[in-house]
Structures are given as C-alpha cells and as structure tokens.
Design a protein around this ligand. Structure first.
Ligand code: SF4
Ligand code: SF4
Length: 390
C-alpha cells in the first residue's frame, strides 16, 4: 500500500481536501451535506438549517451599491456587514439596496462590537436597534457579538443575555460570535456555551498548521454550529508596496476545500472580484498553478497576523500587538486606512507606542512579522485627519 507522508509542502500540493480527509470523514453525514443547484455548491450552515452558497459577500469595504447589485444578481445570497463598518454607512447601503428585494431570499448578518469600557445588556440591544434602522429591516438572520479574543468575552453574560433577548424577540433569527484572534479558544467557548448558533472565524491557508483550530472547527461542526470563514485572502498582498498579490481565487478555494467551513465571506469591492470569487462557488478544486502560487506565498510572512497570541507577554509595555498587526493589514493589504485608523484609535495608544523601548524588540513572532517596524509604521495613522482617509 502506498504510504503518504504529510508535511507543509505536500499538504498544499495535494490540496486541502486531501489533507483534511480525516476531518471530513469524521463528520456525521447530515452535517457534511453539499448540494449543487444550477452548478452552485451549497452547504448547510450547521443547525440553523440555512442552505447557503459556499461563496458569500463580506460587505465591509464595499462602498458602492453597484457592487452589491452585481453580487446579488450573480447569485450571492449571504451578505455580511457590521454596525461599525464605515461608521454605520455600510449597514445603510445594505439596507438601501435590499429594501425592495424579497427579504426571504437573502441572509443578512451584522455585528455589535462593545467598546473597551463595555456595554450593558440594554445598551447592546439599543445599539442593535440602531443597526436594524440603518438596515431598514425588521430582523437580521445572524447577529454576532463582534471580535472575541477570549473565553470571558465570548461568554460575557451582559452580551449573551442581550443576544438571547434579541433572538427571543425575533429581531435576530440566529446569534453568533466572530473571532480573528485566538480562534480555537473562542470556537471552543462557543461550543461549551450551548448558546451560539454560528461562529464567524478567520480562516486561510496560512493557518493550515494550526491543529488546535482544526480540532476546534471539527468540534464546532459536531456540535452543530454553523461556520463562516473570513480573512480568506490572508491580507491580500505579501508586501506593503502591493507588488506581490496573493492569488485570491486560490486562497478562497483553499478555504472552501475544507468541508468544516460552510461558507466564506471574501471582501468584494469591484466587479472583477465579484466575478472571480463567484466562480469558486461552482468549483473549489485547486489547479496546479494555484497550488504553486499558495506554496510561494507561504514562503513569505506577508501582511496577515495569525492571531495566535504567541507574542503575548513578550512586550514589556504589554502592547496589543495582534490589534496593531491587524491594523497594518487593513491599511496596506486591504487599502482601508479608515478601518486601520479606527482600530488603532480604540487602543488608546500614543502615535509612537514603542518610543523609549531601548535595544532590540523583545517580541519574537513565530510567523516572521517584524513587530516593532510595523507598530512604528501603523500607529502614526492616528495623526492623519480622519477626513483624509477612506
Ligand atoms: S504578531 Fe505574530 S505571534 Fe503575535 S498574534 Fe500575530 S502572528 Fe501570532
Ligand atoms: S519595541 Fe517591541 S518590546 Fe519594545 S515596546 Fe515595541 S513591541 Fe514592545
């Protein structure tokens, strides 16, 4: 019998499906259902029972309703926004575009991100009511607690109570939690809660060696949670000068080759992206060139912070390094400086947080990110007048 050894290289060469074969086999058949309608591949979003095309749309960076129109007319049905995107204007655009469309045809998700000082249950509900107004809708399909990085926040009774009340009122059909750092911990907390219906998690080819995440995804599937994937392009570029783009189609195919992921929400900002990403909804098989492109991308640190928190405790100033690295990616990878600035602003740091730290930076990122250089670069964005940014 032929023996196959899996390592970093042949994982990608064989494609994610082969390497994740064991995970796929471990799923009960009803949770691994994949159906094709008009050649589009659908998967079921866990216990919500929602059948959704494997490609959905992250609306975050889109500011032109014509892109929403192109996505909707292509066949995309799940649209993901948040109360914080573009200071609420993103929700307004979604509401404006969909107000005349059959509501039952679309799946709308939004998110509430409590500030550092926290929100009471009532304040959370109030914030969500404002989202509904902007969306011009009576309900959303999924309401997420935004940006969890640990168990305590995921299970914070102020927020779970708010989500419970909102779900009971019918203003959200399902509730979930999103995470782009410490994803395995958040996924496991969501399973343990027996409360959440969906988790929206970072997932891309750079995370392929993260066995804790893989195990947590399997556990979440076994518990019936719907799994939506974001940060699929791992930053979109390998360099801040944008001379080395990630093969985005290949990256999305890699994500969707994993049956534990039910749909992905690539950020779509132009017509070409809509077309290219939607093609993946019909075929997520990686060809040889795409596998090669992902292999090459793996050889460089790129712009994506894995959110692994392996740097925690290394900085004497206890700087929020993953948040700063994510801001760097928003600015240079996503070309979204306004989001980079708002993320940095929430951290309440000076414009030069590493100032006064003598000698070499003591933070060693196992994924090769030059932490000091990136912090020094991105924290200055605080000084840029907001109206200069998009
Ligand atoms: S900076 Fe590096 S070590 Fe820290 S969370 Fe990001 S990838 Fe992990
Ligand atoms: S240089 Fe490194 S150790 Fe010093 S404050 Fe900056 S991140 Fe922390």
């Amino acid at each position: 019998m032929e023996k196959t050894t899996f390592n970093r290289r042949n994982f990608l060469l064989l494609g994610a499906t082969a390497s994740l074969g064991l995970a796929a086999q471990a799923l009960p058949p009803h949770k691994n259902k994949e159906t094709k309608k008009k050649k589009i591949i659908y998967r079921t979003l866990g216990k919500t029972g929602i059948e959704v095309p494997i490609v959905s749309m992250g609306v975050m960076r889109a500011d032109n309703p014509a892109i929403l129109k192109a996505a909707y007319e292509s066949g995309i049905r799940h649209f993901d926004t948040a109360s914080g995107y573009q200071d609420g204007r993103n929700e307004e655009m979604v509401g404006q575009y969909f107000k005349d469309k059959p509501r039952e045809e679309i799946i709308i998700s939004t998110k509430i991100h409590p500030p550092k000082e926290g929100l009471s249950t009532d304040q959370f509900i109030e914030k969500f009511d404002q989202s509904l107004k902007r969306l011009q809708m009576n309900y959303v399909d999924i309401l997420y607690l935004h940006a969890a990085t640990d168990r305590a926040y995921t299970l914070d009774p102020r927020y779970t109570e708010a989500l419970r009340r909102i779900k009971e009122s019918g203003k959200a059909k399902f509730v979930g939690v999103t995470t782009h750092s410490n994803m395995a911990v958040v996924l496991n907390a969501a399973v343990d809660s027996k409360f959440y219906d969906v988790v929206l998690t970072s997932y891309n080819f750079r995370l392929k060696d993260d066995t804790e995440l893989q195990n947590a995804l399997q556990r979440a599937n076994d518990a019936g949670l719907g799994i939506v994937a974001m940060k699929n392009m791992a930053g979109g570029y390998l360099d801040k000068e944008k001379k080395k783009p990630v093969n985005c189609k290949a990256a999305l195919k890699w994500v969707l080759s994993n049956p534990l992921i039910h749909t992905a929400i690539p950020g779509l900002t132009n017509f070409e992206m809509v077309k290219e990403n939607w093609e993946v909804a019909q075929n997520h098989d990686l060809d040889e060139k795409e596998k090669g492109d992902l292999l090459l991308a793996m050889n460089e640190p790129g712009l994506y912070c894995h959110g692994c928190l392996k740097c925690s405790g290394q900085c004497p100033k206890n700087l929020p390094i993953p948040d700063l690295m994510r801001s760097y990616m928003y600015n240079y990878g996503y070309s979204y400086p306004a989001k980079a600035q708002s993320t940095v602003a929430q951290l309440n740091l000076s414009h030069n947080p590493c100032d006064g730290c003598v000698g070499d930076c003591s933070v060693e990122c196992p994924n090769g990110l030059n932490v000091r250089e990136r912090i020094t670069d991105i924290a200055r964005i605080k000084l840029v007048p907001t109206n200069f940014l998009v």
